[in-house]
Unconditional design. Structure first.
Length: 303
């Protein structure tokens, strides 16, 4: 069944090589998924060799974990490792059909990445973005071929979370959108077409929810009570653990984007800002016996 809003799949272009810009955690997870499900070469790039090596190393480490669990055969593991490579030179993307960026969440940085990519890829190569909150229409606006830009928003952990938000910019053409849906299907994701609105749909709901959890702590509810209080909702993990999984800086950035777009509906916790400024990533810490306690430095700064 065709997902709501998806164009005729006959318009989709084949994807025979994938590029991933940024070699951080989401990028590495995406690179592995593309190699595993599309069986095509995947090239990662980043701004320096250290980041790049770390990204490719992460993918190879994840392949070893799959091998250890018997999820892939030794041959498949070797094949996957060979498919995922790194290059500092975007010329390596010259014959890519689908390039996705997962760099720092800043509109200007992402526009610059796309402008640079246009110098190397064909006019039909899809330029996808994994942004979690920024406008796809604005991201495309400076390009010679904005019609091949599309939002392709995964959730962490990429290998496990079934949903994929596909975002159509004002300029996106049907062939690009059809290619995005066909690729989502090959990745075995459940794709939905969402509006190009701040934070799309999932992060908008999540940010409001997390914002209320943090506000309750700001008001004096203890961390453990705030976490436990969400149990009746049946979520797979508590909000403060999820904050750690998503990344505190990413979560703060999304809440700031939402506050700027809808100041009456979204607030940003000052304590959360202090938490991120202090370089903290987790509220909880665990001792050798597995007992969970609040990091005392976090308790101290969350006034
Ligand atoms: N990377 C890869 N695989 C992972 C993983 C990770 N970070 N974390 C867990 N997994 C895999 C495990 O290896 C395991 O796979 P297996 O069945 O092949 O062994 C499987 O997931 C289940 O893991 P576990 O048995 O260890 O643990 P759980 O059953 O408790 O599941 C969870 C872990 C999938 C993370 C689950 O707790 C969950 O779904 N949590 C909610 C996550 C969520 O809400 N994500 C969305 C965040 S918002 C976002 O990403 C948007 C962004 O823009 C901010």
């Amino acid at each position: 069944k065709r997902p709501v809003g998806a164009p005729d799949k006959g318009l989709a272009r084949p994807v025979t090589k994938v590029g991933v810009v940024g070699a951080g955690l989401m990028a590495g997870q995406m690179a592995l998924l593309f190699a595993r499900r599309l069986h095509v070469p995947v090239v990662l790039t980043d701004i320096d060799q250290t980041r790049l090596d770390k990204g490719v190393g992460y993918v190879h480490g994840e392949v070893d974990k799959l091998l250890g669990k018997g999820r892939v055969s030794p041959d498949e593991a070797n094949r996957l490792k060979a498919l995922v490579t790194g290059s500092l030179d975007k010329a390596a993307f010259a014959d890519a059909d689908f390039v996705i960026e997962a760099v720092f969440e800043d509109l200007g940085v992402k526009q610059q990445v796309f402008a640079e990519l246009e110098q190397h890829v064909s006019a039909e190569c899809v330029l996808a973005t994994n942004t979690s909150s920024l406008s796809i229409t604005e991201m495309a606006s400076k390009l010679a071929h904005p019609e091949r830009v599309v939002g392709f928003h995964f959730f962490n952990p990429v290998a496990v979370m079934p949903l994929l938000e596909i975002v159509r910019a004002d300029q996106t053409d049907d062939a690009t959108l059809a290619t995005a849906f066909a690729t989502g299907k090959q990745l075995k994701k459940s794709s939905v077409l969402v509006k190009d609105a701040p934070s799309f749909v999932v992060n908008r709901l999540l940010t409001r929810f997390m914002g209320e959890v943090l506000k309750s702590v700001d008001e004096g509810t203890p961390f453990d009570v705030a976490d436990k209080a969400t149990e009746p909702l049946g979520l797979p993990m508590s909000p403060l653990i999820l904050l750690q999984l998503v990344g505190s800086a990413v979560a703060l950035h999304v809440s700031e984007t939402m506050h700027a777009a809808y100041p009456d509906r979204f607030s940003v916790s000052e304590n959360m800002k202090a938490f991120v400024a202090a370089g903290k990533t987790a509220v909880w810490q665990w001792d050798a016996q597995g007992n969970q306690t609040v990091d005392p430095e976090v308790a101290e700064l969350w006034k």
